[in-house]
Design a binder for this molecule. Sequence first.
Ligand SMILES: [Zn+2]
Length: 60
Amino acid sequence: MKCPLCSGKLFVTDSKTVKDRIRRVRECKECLSRFPNYEIINLYECDPYIRRQLERKKAL
Ligand SMILES: [Zn+2]
């Protein structure tokens, strides 16, 4: 991942799990800007088999 401001390299400085997603803060070592970003599983692009398993689990 590159810095949107200066295209410098971004480094993860903070990472924590919030429910079903991971919140990370990335910092650019060039211009020292910080960018929070979220990582989330895209269920719509999961394997159909996995999606069925998840739907069944929710139904219980
Ligand atoms: Zn930068």
